[in-house]
Design a protein around this ligand. Sequence first.
Ligand code: ADP
Ligand code: ZN
Length: 745
Amino acid sequence: MPSEHDTPEPVADTGLGRAQPHARVRVLLPLPLPTAYDYAVPEGMALSPGDFVSVPFGRRDLIGVVWDETGAGDRAAPDSRLKSVLSRLDVPPLPRQSRQFVEWVADYTLAPRGAVLKMSMSVPAALEPPSVATAYARPTALPPDIRLTPSRTKVLDVLAAAPSLPRSELAREAGVGPAVIDGMVKAGGLVPVQIPDVMKPAAPDLSLAGPVLSAEQGGAASDLRQKVIAARFTATLLDGVPGSGKTEVYFEAVAEALSHGGNVLVLLPEIALSAQWLARFETRFGVAPVVWHSDLGQARRRAVWRAVAEGRAPVVVGARSALFLPHHDLGLIVVDEEHDASFKQEEGVVYNARDMAVVRAHIGEIPVVLATATPSLETVVNVETGKYSRLHLPERHAGATMPTVQAIDMRSDPPPRGSWLSEPLRKAIEETLTAGEQGMLYLNRRGYAPLTLCRKCGHRLQCPRCTAWLVEHRATARLQCHHCGYNVRLPERCPSCEAEDSLTACGPGVERLAEEVASLFPAARTVLAASDTMTGPRAAAELVTMIENHETDLIIGTQIVAKGYHFPKLTLVGVIDADLGLAGGDLRAAERTYQMLYQVSGRAGRGEHPGRVLLQTYMPEHPVMKALVAEDRDGLLAAERKAREAAGMPPFGRLVALIVSGSDEVSVDEAARELGRKAPRGAGISVLGPAPAQMAILRGRHRRRLLLKADRTVPVQAVVSEWLLRADVQRNIRVQVDVDPYSFF
Ligand code: ADP
Ligand code: ZN
C-alpha cells in the first residue's frame, strides 16, 4: 500500500513521472475539526463520497467519511506528504442528504463539521461487521426448584414478548440489575442462545384501518396525505387541543408515506417514557416502530443504526438525536409536541431538533408536521408569515370537553404553615376521591425539599461544584445536586456551626407533598412519579398501566407525567405552585409556563367525566394565569408577540449566546473581557456582557456569558465566527456558542 514512506518523490505536482497519479479524497473525521483532510486513494480502491473509510490520523487509525468536493481551502498537502486511506468499510455510505445535513447544522450552529458528523456516526460498533451475540431466552421448562422472586418474574415477563435479549438489555427492560440475570442463568431459569446481531424491523401493516375520523380530523388527515403524495418540502403546524386526535391524524400521513415506500421519522420528547404512544402505534400499524434514544443499550443502538443505514427501518421514533441517523428515503418527518424545550440540545453541538427537523425535511424535499396544543411563538409567527401552514383541530374527540380551569389565590387562601395544599384544593381532592375518580397533583420539583438550611446560623447547604442548593431526597436520606449529580448523606450537624438537629427543610418537593397527602388522605392510594422514582421505560409503562387500571387514586408527579398521557378516569389536576416557572428573567418564561400548565391541565377530563384544574398561585392576575383560566391561548400569544416584537427579541430579532467557561476563574474572566473588547459592532447589533452566568459555577467550572442581539437581517453566524477569530482566548478556556438560546442560566 503506498504511503509517504514508499513514495519518496513529490512527482504528482507535475502529473509527470508516474503512470497513475494519486487520486485524492477528502475525509471528514468525527472530531471537533472544522474541515476535511486530504488522503491518497491506494491503487485499486474505488471511493465515493459517503463511504466510511479507515485512515491514519496522528498516531491513530480513525474512521471517517469520504466527503464531497465542495468548498476550497481545506488542507491541501502536497502529494508526497499525503497519507493513504487504509481501507473502505463494508457499511452503506452515509447518504448525500445526511452529509448535506451535517454541513448545514455545522454552519448554522457554528459547531465544527466533524463534531456534527460524530453525531451521525455515534455508534462506532455499527461500522464493524455484525457479530454473533449471546442473548438469553426462557428455557422450554423452568427448573421445578427455581425461586421466582418478583424481579425474576419481571425478567420472564419481558421474555414473553421478546423471544430473547442480550443480558444488559434484558436487565434494562425488566428494570432489574444484571446480577438478577446472572443468577437466573445459574439457576437454569434462562438459557443462552446465539443470535446474529442484526435487527429486522417488521413491516407496518398498511391494511389496518385507523379509527373513523371526524370531519375535521378527516380534513386535516387528507391535507397531510396530499402533502406526502406531493413529495415536496412543506411545514405544517397541526394545532389541536389535547385529545383532539392529532396523533391519529398524523398516523394517516405516516401510512401514506409508508404506502409509497418512504420511511418516516417521528421525534417525541422523552421518548423513553412514551409507552402509550408506542402502544398506539402498534394498534394502528400492527408492529412496533424502531425506537431510538440515549437510554438504549449499546447492542440495541448498534442494531438500530445499522438497520437505518441499510434502509430497513420503515418508522423510527426517537429523541432529538434520531435526526442524525443515516436515514434513507425519508418521506415524512413528524415532530410531536413541537414546543417542547427538551428538543433543544444544550451540550456539545447546541441545536434545536425541532428547527433542524424542518431543515432536514427541506434537504429531503419532504413534508414535516409539527404537532402541538401549545405552539411556540416561533412556529406561530412562521404560520403568520406563510412559511408554514396550519391545520386546526379545535375539539376534543367524542365530545369530551376541555377542563375548567380555576386559579386559587394563595394570598387569600393560604395553606396552613408547613403545608402546601390550600383549602379549596383539599376539598376538590376529597370530592374527587369520594366520586371514585382520579386526581393528579403537579409539582415540578423532585425530592423532598429544594433547600435545607440551619435554623441556628442560617447556613444553606450548597453544592460544592455548582451555584445551586442541594436538594434533600428523604427516601434515600441524601442531599443531591440536580445539576451535577453530586450527593452526600444528610448530615446530622450543620456543616458550618456544628449545631445538632438544626437543619430544616424549606419548601416542597414531590416527596414532601406526598407526605402531606398521606396524612390528609390516608385511605387514598397514591403514587409518586418523578424521574428518580420512575427509571426507565418499563417503570413508566407499569405506572401507566396502574393508572389506567385505576389501581391508584392520586398521582403526585413532576413534568414526567404531565405530557401526552391519556388517563380517562383522571378528572382533577391540582397545580401546587403555578408560579414556579415565572421566576427568573427567561425570555420565554411566560410562554413556557403557559405551555407546561396547559399540558398538565390537559390530563384532566379526557374520558366521559368533565375535568377541572386548580392552579395555586400568588399572582392570579398574571397574564399566564388569566390566559389559562379564560382559555385564551391566542390572546397570550398575541401579547407575547407584541412584547417581543417591540423588544426586537426572537423570533423578531436574533440571539446568540457565548458561554465562556474554565476551571480557573481569573483566566475565565480574562477571556470573557477579551471577548467583550472584541465584540462586534455595527448597525442592528448589540452585545450584552460579559456577566457572570446565573449558574456562575457549574460542575466546578466558572462561567461567564455574553449575549449578541441582532436584527433578523444580520448574518449572525458570520458575525460570530469573525468575532471568535478576532478574540485571543487561551486554549484552556471553552467558548460555547449557543445560536437561538433557550436557556439563560
Ligand atoms: P392528541 O394527540 O391530539 O392528544 P389523540 O390522537 O391522542 O389526541 O386522541 C385522543 C384519544 O382519542 C386517543 O385515545 C385516540 O385514540 C382517540 N381518538 C381520537 N380520534 C378518534 C376517532 N376519530 N375515533 C376514535 N378514537 C379517536
Ligand atoms: Zn452540583
